[in-house]
Ligand binder design. Structure first.
Ligand SMILES: CC(C)(COP(=O)(O)OP(=O)(O)OC[C@H]1O[C@@H](n2cnc3c(N)ncnc32)[C@H](O)[C@@H]1OP(=O)(O)O)[C@@H](O)C(=O)NCCC(=O)NCCS
Length: 288
């Protein structure tokens, strides 16, 4: 019987990793994999067979004791041989070594049975919306002003994010802000106030990824979306709505519809994992 071994990924694995996520029809680009590798070099794991990457998993530890597991992928021709379980259990072990006590993930239908067996419980539904941006009327009423995020405002955005989702995603947000292809905006209720909301849009293989989006009120969410719809008309975009929030009245007028659903899971169970009333759109299945 073949014995497989999990290793830490490196730069040379980026092509193989992208091949696996493309085979599964996922939206990540090489830059998405590179970001994971740069931000969590010890958390990117894989199994190689005769030099080819055939399985992957990623772990990102957010300051404190929360880790996020993502990119659990097995080459189609190697499925059903225990590789998914091997790489997933290695990711859990790595998360604990990195100091995590709470582990979250967004599960596809294919991955769900494996996670259930390892004691992960359902936290809530994630709806992935996709569409080609077009602002059609009627759009919800927008208040305040939206402008591009500048370096001077980054610290306020990081604080806002920590308060909204209850953990420290500053490494991820700083990195996104620094990437030339990523766009980010802030929302202010009034001109003299500090930012009360923000949105990021990053490139993707088929769709640009709209998220994370955080705002202290629905008016801010709508203001950001309206601005993005007007700024990037015709752009194919995806967005992840957390925990069954009713955002159809904002997303449908932008030309978006539900494409698929995933289940957010946690071990031990936590209802508010990287979510909360001010977190409108998630950062992506590999980031939470
Ligand atoms: C999900 C995935 C990683 C599983 O990989 P795999 O190598 O086939 O999984 P394993 O052979 O290690 O099986 C792991 C366990 O899950 C079970 N399992 C796997 N797929 C299953 C399915 N479709 N239905 C029911 N059980 C399933 C296996 O029986 C096994 O249970 P056991 O340990 O009690 O024997 C793989 O199918 C895949 O890459 N899918 C596409 C990407 C994806 O959806 N990833 C999950 C992201 S959340």
């Amino acid at each position: 019987m073949t014995t497989y071994k999990t290793d830490v990924l490196n730069e040379a694995d980026l092509g193989g990793a992208l091949r696996l996520s493309m085979e599964a029809g996922w939206n990540q680009t090489c830059e998405d994999w590179r970001r994971l590798l740069d931000l969590s070099p010890q958390g990117c794991l894989g199994v190689r067979v005769e030099g080819s990457l055939v399985a992957t998993a990623s772990v990102m530890v957010y300051g404190g004791d929360l880790a996020w597991v993502g990119m659990v992928l097995v080459d189609e021709s190697f499925r059903g041989r225990g590789l998914g379980k091997l790489v997933f259990l290695s990711a859990l072990k790595r998360a604990h070594v990195m100091g995590a006590r709470i582990i979250g993930l967004d599960a596809t239908e294919m991955g769900r049975p494996m996670y259930l067996k390892e004691g992960f419980r359902d936290v809530g539904l994630i709806e992935r919306w996709t569409g080609r941006l077009a602002v059609t009327e009627p759009f919800p009423r927008c208040e305040g002003t939206v402008s591009s995020l500048t370096g001077d405002e980054l610290e306020s955005v990081l604080l806002l994010d920590r308060q909204a989702c209850g953990c420290d995603r500053s490494q991820l947000l700083r990195r996104l802000f620094a990437e030339p292809e990523v766009r980010a905006w802030i929302w202010r209720k009034a001109d003299d106030e500090s930012p009360q909301g923000f949105a990021f849009v990053r490139p993707g293989r088929e769709f640009k990824h709209l998220g994370p989006v955080v705002a202290t009120g629905k008016a801010g969410f709508d203001g950001l979306l309206h601005h993005i719809g007007r700024t990037l008309p015709g752009t194919p975009v995806l967005a992840d709505v957390l925990h069954g929030q009713e955002l159809g009245s904002s997303l449908k007028p932008l030309g978006m519809n539900v494409q698929r659903q995933l289940i957010r899971k946690a071990q031990p169970w936590r209802p508010d994992l990287l979510a909360g009333p001010q977190v409108w759109l998630g950062a992506g299945f590999e980031w939470g």
